[in-house]
Each structure stands twice: as structure tokens, then as C-alpha cells.
Design a protein around this ligand. Structure first.
Ligand SMILES: Cc1cc2nc3c(=O)[nH]c(=O)nc-3n(C[C@H](O)[C@H](O)[C@H](O)COP(=O)(O)OP(=O)(O)OC[C@H]3O[C@@H](n4cnc5c(N)ncnc54)[C@H](O)[C@@H]3O)c2cc1C
Length: 472
């Protein structure tokens, strides 16, 4: 069933009926046809959808509820080029964090596109925190040489993504289906012709589309300790491996140094880097500081691991008790309340923290227009790898990267669509949906495929961080 979010007036109702006529059960019960399928409703997928004109029929699918994407969880903020003078410094911070393995062109494109992206976001209704004088307020995170991160308290992702979602819901040409999972693509003569998805009732369906855009996020769901939603299992990676679509840097996986330590199972709560940016310090069980908290994430993680080994413990401490309590509550309301619920008053007590999987720098290999190695198939956001982050992501570069390259993908797809207007085939190759009936078995196969590939690329990383992977 297709969920309709657009309850507007007569005009859009008529359009909706016409669209349903065309798109719903065309020819066969289990077949849908549309112009563009976007797999994923996080920031990258939503922003991408907003770039298309109303003539382009778009189906967006998401594995879970539409609010359950990592984009909603982003706390710290979104980096931007504050002024032309900051370009060299921002570029160099990104390259240093990425250990110079970044794609320099992608970094340049991302940074230079950032002011326009911020303007765009604000025009779409996103509100960033401002100073008392009314100018934009910038914060700082690890490995940034200066304050260049826009934020909305400590719920920047929610502010951005909910506004994008609201704008998408106003578009009658975009349909969102929740609890719907891409399990495969339709490949014909080496080109992508659509996707296979499990609907809400676990029934496999074919969606034929002129273009498919993967915006299905990261791989945290493969790890026991991760800040990500557990349904983010890198499905596009497994599908890419099966179809011979190029992937890149599958072993470049970021471990965040400071997640709230807990013995409870489930997603790990992030203590944003901006807390350290505002001066919080890391302490070992003896109450000694042991690292410069603003070094890149991999360096801080390594220092914490060493300390945990030395003290034979599974966590260290983060302290911001020296900040004015009211300031802490005002600046980090989400973190303050979450910790309070766990019995920790961060204005008075140290926060127990431990590293956990957080971000995936690698992904499906794409060019600067987010095009994969397969025709008609694009990848954006955390699912994609255009090399912008190199070996390690600079804090708050991921939302920006997701948005910048989502827009570029949409612009390129629009060009493609103009060329393929009349070449849509009348009849499509039939798909045997029977092979997708055992969901559990396929999910296990995909999980193993990805973890084996990570192991093949980096046994040391696998042994250290993927040890319990898959055991939920
Ligand atoms: C706790 C936390 C804090 C963060 N803080 C920041 C920050 O401050 N600044 C910053 O820049 N970045 C931050 N990040 C990273 C950033 O949020 C993500 O990299 C970014 O939001 C990814 O967006 P996305 O659109 O690629 O994917 P997501 O937002 O993760 O969305 C993925 C979508 O794909 C769907 N999906 C997955 N698989 C399938 C499938 N098989 N079929 C159908 N749908 C599927 C999901 O349901 C979801 O809708 C943070 C991440 C986390 C987890």
C-alpha cells in the first residue's frame, strides 16, 4: 500500500488520482512503475527529491518509520564555509582528518557548494541558532581549526530533516512508502531498470524505474555497539557486491570516541563532539587527562582504547562540570536530558563514555555527480563514497556532503531523464519474485557478504570492532 501524505485540495487530489492511475497496479499486482525510486528518506534522499520538478514521479521507500533515520539523530551541526578567507583552512582540516586519502575535487566541490546549501536550507524553513545580535552562531568540533559549524541547539539533524520532510510532504509527485525494504535491483543488459522491494506485509514487489537512487545510509546495524539505527545494514553494498557494481573503502569505518557508556543493549547514545568543542575534557579512572580532546576522531578513539586497556575497564569519563550549568542545559538540552534519564547530571557528574561504530566513509563508488558504475543507478549520502572523507570524516561534514551531492545527483538525473523520455521499454523483463520469499535468509546472507568483505580488506579492524557483529 502506498502511504499518501498529501491531503491538500482538489487540484492535488486530481493529480494524485492521475498519478495513482499510472503508478499503481499497472498490468500486474506486484508491479509498480515510476520515473525515479529513491531508497531512503534521510536528509540525502529527501533533499534529492526536492530538486525534481512536479512532472517527475518519485517513489521514496524507507525500511522503517520515516522519522527513523540517522539524519534525525545528528546533533552537533553542519559545517559550512563561513567566508572566503576560511577556504584554505577548511579544505586543509578536511584533508588532514581524511589522512590525505580524500578525493581533492570532491572536497573542493563540497566546500564551495556549502554557502548555497545553507541558503537553500534556510529557504526551506531550517532555523539555525543565532547570536544575541541575530547573526548566525557557529560552533566548533574536533579537528576543525575554527568555529564554522551551524547548529540548532544539539538537535540539528532533527531540525534539518523534519523541515525537508515537511517540504517533501507538500509535493504531490512524491510518494513515501514506510516499512518497505529494497532487497535487490532489476538488472537488464548491465543497466539498472528498477528495484525489488519487500512491502509492509513482507511481500516482494517489482518497481520499474528510469532511475534508481540509493540513499540508504550507513552500516551501523551490522555492529553490536553503534550510534546508528539498527535497520541501517548497508543493503546497497551487498546488492552492489552481488551485481558487480563498484564499491570503495569498505573498511573505512569511523568509530566515535564518545558514546554514552551503558550495559543496556540497543543503539548507543552519542555525546556529540561539540561538547568537547565547547571545552569538555576526557579523564581516565584516576581523574587524569590523557589526550587533546580536539584531535581527529580516530586519534582520540585510539587514546581512549589505550587508557581502557591500561585500566582494564570498558569506559573512560567526559567532564563538562566546569561549565556554567545553565549554559550546559541551554546549549545541550538533548544530551542533558538523556543523561539525566540514565541517572547522570552532567552539570555535576562525569559522563561515562566509550567508543562505538558511528559512520561509514566507504560505500558504493560514485563520481562527482553521484553516478555509480551501473547505468541509471545513483548513490548519495552515507551509502555512497565519492572520496570526500578519505580515511576519516571530519566532524559535521557528513550532512553537508549528503546534501551537496544529493542535489548534484538530481541535476544529473534530470539530464538523463530528458534523454530517455521515449526510450522507456513497453514491456519489462519478468522477475521471479519467488527467490525473495525467505527474508531472514537473505538478510543473513547480505550481512555476511559485507562483513566478509570488510574482513578481507582489513583483518585487524574486523577483529577489533566487528567481533560480535551480527549477534543482536
Ligand atoms: C547519533 C548521530 C549523530 C550524528 N551527528 C552528526 C552531525 O552532527 N553532523 C553531521 O554532519 N553528521 C552527523 N551524523 C551523521 C549523519 O547524520 C549521517 O551521515 C547522515 O544523516 C546520513 O544521511 P543519509 O540520508 O545518507 O542516511 P540516513 O539518514 O541514515 O537514512 C537512511 C535511510 O535509508 C533507509 N534504508 C536503509 N536501508 C534500506 C533498504 N534496504 N530499503 C529501504 N530503505 C532503506 C532508512 O530507513 C533511512 O530512511 C550523525 C550520525 C549519528 C548516528
Amino acid at each position: 500500500m502506498i502511504i499518501m501524505y498529501h491531503e491538500a485540495g482538489e487540484h492535488s487530489k486530481k493529480k494524485e488520482e492521475a498519478r495513482m492511475d499510472k503508478m499503481s497496479t499497472e498490468k500486474m499486482k506486484n508491479m509498480v512503475r515510476t520515473d525515479v525510486v529513491i531508497v531512503g528518506t534521510g536528509a540525502s534522499g529527501l533533499y534529492c527529491a526536492l530538486q525534481f520538478p512536479e512532472e517527475t514521479e518519485i517513489l521514496m521507500i524507507t525500511k522503517d518509520a520515516v522519522e527513523n533515520s540517522d539524519s534525525f539523530l545528528a546533533q552537533g551541526g553542519i559545517s559550512t564555509l563561513k567566508n572566503a578567507e576560511d577556504y584554505e583552512s577548511y579544505y586543509s582540516d578536511t584533508m588532514i582528518a581524511g589522512r590525505y586519502e580524500n578525493n581533492p575535487k570532491a572536497v573542493e566541490v563540497m566546500i564551495k557548494s556549502s554557502p548555497e546549501t545553507m541558503k537553500d536550507l534556510m529557504a526551506l524553513g531550517v532555523e539555525f541558532d543565532r547570536t544575541e545580535e541575530g547573526t548566525l552562531s557557529y560552533t566548533r568540533e574536533g579537528a576543525h581549526s575554527t568555529f564554522r559549524i551551524l547548529h540548532h541547539k544539539d538537535i540539528t539533524g532533527k531540525e534539518i530533516t523534519s523541515k525537508l520532510l515537511a517540504r517533501v510532504r507538500e509535493r504531490a509527485h512524491v510518494t513515501i512508502e514506510e516499512y518497505t525494504t529494497m532487497v535487490d535491483i532489476v538488472e537488464e543488459n548491465g543497466e539498472c531498470k528498477g528495484i525489488i522491494m519487500w512491502d509492509k506485509n513482507n511481500s516482494p514487489k517489482v518497481v520499474y524505474a528510469k532511475t534508481v537512487i540509493w540513499a540508504n545510509g550507513g552500516i551501523g546495524g551490522l555492529f553490536v555497539n553503534s550510534t546508528n539505527y539498527s535497520h541501517l545494514t548497508g543493503d546497497s553494498l551487498a546488492i552492489a557486491l552481488l551485481h558487480g557494481i563498484d564499491i570503495q573503502d569498505i573498511n573505512y569505518i569511523q568509530i566515535h570516541p564518545t558514546t554514552l557508556y551503558s550495559k543496556k543493549p540497543g543503539r548507543r547514545f552519542l555525546i556529540s563532539e561539540s561538547v568537547r568543542g565547547e571545552g569538555a575534557i576526557l579523564l581516565n579512572p584516576d581523574g587524569e587527562r590523557f589526550v587533546d580532546e580536539l584531535l581527529p576522531r580516530d586519534v582520540v578513539t585510539e587514546a581512549i582504547c589505550k587508557e581502557m586497556e591500561k585500566f582494564e575497564t570498558d569506559h573512560v569519563y567526559l567532564s563538562l562540570t566546569f561549565l556554567d550549568p545553565e549554559e550546559t542545559k541551554e546549549r545541550f538540552p538533548n544530551i542533558y536530558l538523556k543523561c539525566l534519564n540514565e541517572g547522570i547530571d552532567i552539570t555535576k557528574e562525569y559522563i561515562p563514555v566509550t567508543p562505538a561504530q558511528h559512520y561509514f566513509m566507504g560505500g558504493v563508488k560514485v563520481d562527482l555527480n553521484s553516478q555509480t558504475s551501473m547505468k541509471n543507478l545513483y548513490a548519495i549520502g552515507e551509502a555512497a563514497c565519492n572520496g570526500v572523507h578519505g580515511a576519516n570524516r571530519l566532524a559535521s561534514n557528513s550532512l553537508l556532503e549528503s546534501l551537496v551531492f544529493a542535489k548534484r545527483a538530481a541535476l544529473k538525473v534530470m539530464e538523463d531523464l530528458k534523454e530517455t523520455v521515449s526510450s522507456q521499454p513497453e514491456t519489462e523483463q519478468p522477475v521471479d519474485l519467488g527467490v525473495y520469499s525467505d527474508r531472514k535468509q537473505i538478510e543473513e546472507k547480505y550481512r555476511k557478504l559485507i562483513l566478509d568483505e570488510i574482513k578481507r580488506k582489513d583483518e585487524k579492524f574486523y577483529a577489533k570492532w566487528c567481533n560480535n557483529a551480527g549477534k543482536h
